[in-house]
Design a protein around this ligand. Structure first.
Ligand SMILES: [Zn+2]
Length: 415
């Protein structure tokens, strides 16, 4: 019997397919940038910020979201965005993540001084700088370890207010006669058009479009036009769905927004959140929905720690539906959501899952490798296949190094 340790999980090649840049800063960087930019923080020390802002547990969603107002405040210029993206990639790599898709809502960083192109080019420059540095390491350059890769996911906001950014303030102020929902739709479609242009004309690895922000009251179907634009330009689609709303939100993501993956999907099995007259109809609807997701291999980006912090009935990991997802063979991948705000890493997320859901080593290998397969890899398909092949070989190398085999029974080391 082999013991699975944190060091082993950390050494395995991993993906992070659901992670927000503005939720994943280094605290010392936040403090430094705040000083430079005259942004007032509730504390100027790492311990202080951990105490009042970036906690292990949050009382409610507003408390969870509070940290973002400070991180977004220091992400309004090109240099800061470049640095934060650079550090993010290094930190992910340090955790053994070899492929990540980092997402951001470019419009939250836009102003008269910083356009959409500037935001995305700065973020890409930071990621690219880290990638070059990482890939020139001896073990990677020698081919002993697969190289580091990344993609960028652009998020539209389901709703926005003047305080969200200078760009959003202007949209609201300059268009007082456009109904609120129309403003949201216009901003979302404008973002899609912009990122398609940046991908096609400037070669930026923007791989997918996403919808983020408050889910309840802002159905994904309202943004179908933006998703249609992305879909018809061969851009991949993921949607935050089933996090604070029920299965119909996931249904809309699939039927109206052509979702290739689902962000969270936590409430997928909640037939009590379906508005149909009889229990039988509700159960049938939910079953048909998850059967479809399973069969089409629509990957669910599972963020355990984040869900425990923001969804009241999932305060304990045992209550998380990932157990049911795994039991029913849905395609799932473990992600951080927010490395700083959720105070987690991919290694931590996998350790948490292993401790509570009895995942065999063979299955863990499938889940991790499937993350690479279901990624929105920015390069040609044959290159993606070659990359996945190298990842599988490297996975086996790491297992050998730690004397773990896929067939043996494993126990999970405490701590
Ligand atoms: Zn998210």
């Amino acid at each position: 019997m082999a013991e699975i340790t944190r060091e082993f999980i950390k050494a395995l090649p991993k993906t992070d397919l659901h992670v927000h840049l503005d939720g994943s800063l280094r605290i010392p960087t936040l403090i430094e940038l705040a000083k430079e930019q005259d942004v007032k923080l509730p504390s100027n020390t790492e311990e202080g910020l951990r105490e009042v802002l970036f906690k292990d547990a949050y009382a409610n969603l507003p408390e969870y979201l509070e940290g973002f107002s400070y991180t977004a405040a220091v992400m309004q210029d090109a240099e800061a965005l470049e640095r934060i993206a650079y550090e993010f990639a290094l930190d992910s790599f340090e955790d053994g993540v070899l492929y990540c898709e980092v997402r951001l809502a470019p419009q939250r960083h836009m102003s008269d001084k910083l356009g959409m192109d500037d935001v995305l080019k700065s973020v890409n420059a930071g990621l690219d700088r880290a990638k070059k540095e990482i890939n020139s390491r001896n073990d990677i350059a020698a081919g002993d370890r697969p190289h580091f890769e990344y993609g960028i996911i652009a998020c539209a906001m389901r709703k926005f207010e003047q305080s969200y950014s200078e760009y959003f303030r202007q949209i609201i102020e300059l268009n007082p006669n456009i109904p609120i929902l129309e403003r949201y739709k216009i901003a979302a479609s404008d973002l899609v058009r912009g990122v398609i242009r940046l991908r096609d004309e400037e070669g930026l690895p923007i791989v997918a479009f996403d919808l983020a922000g408050e889910e309840a009251g802002y159905p994904a179907a309202d943004y179908a036009e933006a998703y249609d634009l992305a879909h018809k330009a061969f851009m991949m689609k993921t949607v935050h769905a089933g996090e604070s709303y029920g299965p119909p939100s996931i249904f809309q993501a699939i039927t109206e927004c052509h979702a290739d993956r689902i962000g969270h999907g936590t409430n997928l099995f909640r037939d009590d959140m379906v508005n149909l007259p009889t229990e039988q109809e509700r159960k049938h609807y939910v079953r048909a929905l998850w059967q479809y997701i399973a069969d089409r291999r629509i990957t669910i980006e599972v963020c355990l720690t984040s869900n425990m912090q923001t969804i009241p009935n999932i305060m304990r990991v045992e209550n998380h539906p990932v157990g049911l997802m795994l039991e029913n063979r849905l395609s799932t991948t473990f992600c951080t959501d927010n490395r700083l705000i959720s105070n987690t890493t991919v290694t931590d997320e996998i350790m948490l899952a292993l401790r509570h859901f009895g995942i065999a080593q063979r299955r863990l290998k499938d889940i991790i490798i499937y993350g690479f397969k279901r990624s929105f890899f920015a390069h040609p398909y044959l290159e993606k296949r070659g990359y996945v092949r190298k990842i599988i070989d490297y996975f086996d190398d790491v297992q050998k190094r730690f004397k773990v085999t896929t067939d043996q029974e494993v126990t999970i080391a405490e701590s």
